[in-house]
Design a protein around this ligand. Structure first.
Ligand code: GKE
Length: 336
């Protein structure tokens, strides 16, 4: 049984991946996150858990000792509301990936996964709504999202050169707006699916007739449900050679269309107050999965409506129990 280190294990995708390994019976899991344990979305005290800052190289050396596989999800990030206002903070995450690659080489780790992002894609290809899906080659010529996108693109290159120069096996997936239960839905780092579910749940609960929507609602995205993301991550990791793949959905919708799906799930209609001064990101983004499906057979399986239904239900349970995301995390630790 391989010894697996999950960096960012206290976060959304990292937490789901750890749960997946536990379900599969792999208990040689090491979890690392900068957050205190009572802020981890999923926490399992039967595992080796470390609360430490991987921007410190000594910490990276420590947690990668005797490790076979490393999954790096650790970075300072969030939805558009966060990354647009924290460009330098997002770029400092480059220290995490750099330290982990150096430590992986030092400790002769076998294989390394890096979670990249659709934010690396060239901005000029995302200027309209309902664009044709972004192919992996659309990252060049380089013009990624300011801050966060540049860090992800630079770190992709570093992974590639650690493979070419030092023989460290690296694998990279570019995530397209991953959503689902057991992730943040308030506090400023939330992405659109969770944010809009929260807004409609609260409007229904308080019987208020309108919600705030960032932008004009015509901007388009595709959103990938967490279960598809975890399967895609493992398919990319287990692929025989170093390559970069989209892990996203091809179901492109406008924000208004997504809101209409959530209204149906909630059985509650709202008026929309469009806030044109709020962070909007690109005008249109979606994934082209032809390459990843051809090369490794992966494709997304959950429709947006199916994923939103599960996400809405989970967020509604938290809100109805008086929880916000921080209280939810602490409640799990306190109840242990
Ligand atoms: N977060 C949020 N909250 N977005 C909203 C809201 C709201 O209440 N209302 C409307 N939007 C709109 C945003 O203005 C944006 O146009 C769209 O939804 C998606 O916003 P998002 O989910 O926060 O993030 P983006 O897809 O623009 O960018 C994210 O892309 C990911 C990769 O696909 C990044 O923030 C990263 O989380 C990541 O790189």
């Amino acid at each position: 049984m391989k010894k697996i280190l999950v960096c960012g294990a206290g976060g959304f995708i990292g937490g789901h991946l750890v749960s997946h390994f536990i379900e599969k019976g792999n208990t040689k899991i090491i979890c690392a996150d900068i957050k205190p344990k009572n802020f981890w979305f999923q926490f399992n005290d039967n595992l080796e858990n470390h609360c430490l800052d991987l921007k410190d190289y000594d910490n990276a050396l420590k947690v990668t000792q005797d490790v076979d596989y490393i999954f790096n999800f650790a970075c300072n990030m969030g939805g558009m509301g966060f990354i647009e206002n924290n460009k330098a903070e997002c770029m400092i995450s480059v220290l995490v990936n750099t330290n982990l690659l150096r430590a992986a080489k030092e400790n002769n780790c076998e294989k390394y996964f890096f979670s990249s992002s659709a934010c690396v894609y060239n901005a000029s290809k995302q200027k309209n709504s309902f664009i044709s899906g972004l192919k992996e080659t659309d990252a060049y010529p380089a013009d990624p999202e300011d801050g966060y996108g540049w860090e992800k693109l630079f770190s992709e290159r570093m992974c590639r050169h650690f493979t070419e120069d030092f023989g460290l096996e690296t694998r990279i997936a570019r995530y397209h707006n991953i959503y689902g239960p057991l992730g943040t839905f308030d506090g400023g780092r939330e992405k659109a699916p969770a944010a809009l579910c929260r807004k409609i749940i609260q409007a229904k609960k308080n019987n208020s007739k309108s919600i705030d929507v960032w932008g004009d609602g015509e901007q388009t995205r595709s959103f990938l449900y967490i279960d598809d993301c975890i399967k895609g991550t493992l398919d990319v990791f287990n692929h025989s050679e170093q390559d970069i793949f989209n892990i996203g959905s091809e179901e492109q919708v406008s924000i208004i269309q997504m809101i209409e799906m959530i209204e149906e799930i909630a059985d509650f209609k709202v008026d929309k107050n469009y806030q044109l001064d709020k962070p909007k990101g690109v005008r249109g983004r979606s994934s082209d999965n032809s390459y990843v499906t051809k090369k490794i057979g992966w494709k997304s399986e959950n429709t947006l409506k199916e994923g939103l239904t599960k996400t809405y239900k989970w967020i509604e349970e938290q809100i109805n129990s008086g929880s916000n995301i921080d209280k939810f995390c602490r409640s799990k630790i306190d109840n242990k």
